[in-house]
Design a protein. Structure first.
Length: 247
């Protein structure tokens, strides 16, 4: 029986089957993530250690910290590994009911969204973290009173993962703008006209989403500005759309 002729109950059965597959994949990824958790922790801690002059130690404040960190990192890995599979199943479920123009709009978004998230996280890890952690370590080591720099492992990892998520989500900006433009909600002219307000908004967002550090705020605002300009390049121009309609 074709997808178009499936009953509502059959659609629910199909949806349940796909969700079960995603759950099985998540559990398998969690098992792999449990094994990889120490390597993930070392990878996430490397930016701090690379700018820490004396190569100090991380602090565990509770006896359960090691277990909690390993569980959290395994869950994070499982979510990260499951998202592409989940997106593929969503596409496979809804694609038969979409028209060709809708498929041409949705398919690139499902592909580019994880790619842009990775680019945002990579930008934070390789370009932002060395500057930010170098600044924080220098400030702590230059304390006017005798002090020992012992960052709490769990708090540090939460801080790092939170920043990776922020930059990954921020890099979705071009997709959002282009999508709104393609479905007719947002015109290219309106976006260009509001550029100055958008730039101010990027710095406000940087101040809200990042810790109270001007360097970190600028390093989030500038990529958002660049992504905004990239999105404008891919938006449809109104006069072209009108000329096509007249033809």
């Amino acid at each position: 029986m074709s997808e178009a002729k499936m009953t509502l109950l059959q659609h629910f059965v199909e949806l349940r089957r796909r969700l079960i597959w995603c759950l099985v994949w998540f559990c398998a990824a969690f098992g792999l993530g449990w094994f990889l958790a120490p390597y993930i922790q070392e990878f996430l801690t490397r930016p701090l250690l690379s700018v820490w002059s004396d190569g100090g130690k991380m602090l565990y404040t509770n006896v359960t910290d090691g277990l909690f960190i390993q569980f959290s990192l395994a869950t994070l890995f499982a979510i990260f590994a499951t998202v592409p599979v989940l997106l593929w199943h969503i596409w496979a479920f809804v694609a038969p009911g979409l028209h060709k123009p809708e498929k041409q709009l949705v398919a690139p978004i499902l592909i580019l969204s994880p790619v842009l998230f990775l680019l945002g996280a990579a930008f934070a890890y390789y370009f932002m973290f060395p500057v930010v952690f170098g600044f924080f370590v220098e400030m702590n080591e230059a304390a006017p009173v005798p002090a020992t720099f012992l960052p709490v492992a769990g708090s540090y990892l939460s801080f790092v993962v939170g920043l990776l998520k922020i930059f990954g989500l921020a890099f979705q900006l071009p997709l959002v703008l282009v999508l709104l433009n393609r479905i007719g909600i947002l015109s290219r002219a309106a976006v260009v006209k509001s550029r100055r307000y958008a730039i101010v908004g990027f710095f406000i967002v940087g101040a809200i989403l990042t810790p109270p550090d001007i360097v970190l705020q600028i390093m989030l605002a500038l990529p958002l500005w660049a992504l905004f300009e990239i999105a404008v390049l891919f938006m449809k121009k109104e006069h072209r759309a009108q000329s096509i309609e007249h033809r």
